[in-house]
Structure formats: C-alpha cells, structure tokens
Design a protein around this ligand. Structure first.
Ligand SMILES: Cc1cc2nc3c(=O)[nH]c(=O)nc-3n(C[C@H](O)[C@H](O)[C@H](O)COP(=O)(O)O)c2cc1C
Length: 224
C-alpha cells in the first residue's frame, strides 16, 4: 500500500429518495416553465416551510474577499420579492467587509427532503436605515443586545469576555429601548439569475435558469 493522498476510503451510501421518506413536492412544470420565477421561488419556499425542519429559509451565501478568495456561510432569508433576496447581518463582519469590496453574491437554498435547490446570483446593496430599523425593532430584546455585544467575525478570547460584553450592553440600555447598531442592517441580493434544480430518478434531474434582461426574463434549460 502506498501512502498516496489518494488512498482514502470513499464515502458511499444508498441515496434515500425524498419520495420514500414521505415528501413529494408539487413539481415545477419544466416543459412549460412559469413566466415568473419570483412567484416560483415563493412557491418552493412555501413548500419548504411545510417540512419538519428548523430553518427552511436558511441559505448559503458566497462572497468574494478583497484578495479574490471565496467565502461562504449560512444566513436566514428575511424577505423576498422581485427586487431581491434580503438578509440581515453585521456589516463589519467578514461577509460585510467582502461585500463592501465586491458587492455581488451567490445564494444557495438546498431542501434535501424535496430534492431541490435554488441558486440566485446578483449584485448586492445595503437596505435603507428605515428598512433595517423596521426589522431590527421587531426582534426580541436579547437579540438586539447581542447585535451590540458581538463583534461578529473578530477574534474572541473566551466565552466569559462575550458574556461580560453582553452584561455591559444590558446595563447601558437598562430601562431604555435598544437602538439598532449603526453597523447592523440588511443586504439585498438582486435577482440577476435564478436557477431551479429538481432531482429526478436515475439522475435525469431538471435544471432551468432565468436570466434577467431589459426585456424581462430569458429562460433556458441546462444539462443536469
Ligand atoms: C441556520 C443558521 C442561520 C444563520 N443566520 C444568520 C443570519 O441571518 N445572519 C448572520 O449574520 N449570521 C447568521 N448565521 C451565522 C453565519 O453562518 C456566520 O457564522 C456569521 O454570519 C459570520 O460569518 P462571516 O464571518 O463570514 O461574516 C447563521 C448560521 C446558521 C447555522
């Protein structure tokens, strides 16, 4: 036996089809695709919200760092319409700094129970202060305190340091409304392209991509 890096055990397991697990989404009509992909995303989200999973609105978001390297993490989708997909975060976080340098992102939803994924790509803009406030003030007080206490993505010496910062913020705002930190807010990822992927038996999966143009949506199919 050589000690080549290619001498690793393969991870092999039997796929458990979503249908056999009891999940059967209402299929998208790939032969005669819907004209409006925004409504179709909302329909898929609606079906995902019927799943027994904690975060059906979880999505991965890929950004590009200042040195050109990619980075990826999960955030929760908090709004979706024809103007884009909105999430909230700390704008001084690693993703926030990446977005200020390179304001574009790729999003990915994967609902394994439904054998589906959606990919969205587009330019990113910060949402307005009024919009960020509207969401922030609807959050529980402790979440709002956390937004002040967490220097998201910065080094943290130990748990105790975080807890003492939380206590300090609690004291600072005792008996008062917790305002929105200036560095906390929303981002909107524009819908430059939306791709729907639906798993099918024997790998005959369906892919359809909508690309935005000045005349509306260009629709194309892709080999899976
Ligand atoms: C299910 C789930 C939901 C999350 N939702 C958010 C979110 O909405 N906003 C956020 O800033 N981070 C969220 N996070 C944490 C991020 O994945 C990430 O750790 C954090 O934003 C720091 O990322 P960054 O260092 O790349 O900026 C979530 C994590 C998980 C696992």
């Amino acid at each position: 036996m050589s000690d080549s890096i290619d001498d690793f055990p393969f991870i092999r397991f039997e796929k458990r089809p979503a249908v056999e697990l009891g999940f059967q989404p209402i299929p998208m009509n790939f032969e005669n695709p819907p004209k409006d992909p925004v409504a179709e995303v909302l329909r898929w989200l609606d079906e995902a919200f019927q799943l027994p999973i904690p975060n059906p609105n979880a999505m991965s978001i890929a950004t590009i760092n200042a040195d050109g390297t990619p980075s990826l993490r999960i955030v929760l989708l908090r709004g979706f319409d024809k103007h884009g997909a909105v999430f909230f975060t700390n704008r001084l976080s690693r993703k926030g700094l990446a977005l200020s340098h390179s304001p574009q992102a790729a999003l990915l939803f994967h609902w394994d129970h439904l054998d589906r994924q959606i990919r969205i790509e587009g330019k990113v803009t910060a949402t307005s202060d009024a919009h960020s406030d509207a969401y922030f003030f609807g959050r529980p007080r402790m979440n709002r305190i956390g937004a002040w206490a967490s220097d998201q993505s910065r080094p943290l010496a130990d748990r105790a340091s975080f807890e003492s910062r939380i206590r300090e913020v609690e004291n600072r705002f005792e008996g008062k409304e917790v305002p929105r930190p200036p560095h906390w807010g929303g981002y909107r990822v524009a819908l430059d392209s939306i791709e729907f992927w639906q798993g099918d038996t024997h790998r005959l999966h369906e892919r359809i991509v909508y690309r935005k143009s000045s005349a509306g949506w260009n629709i194309g199919r892709l080999f899976p």
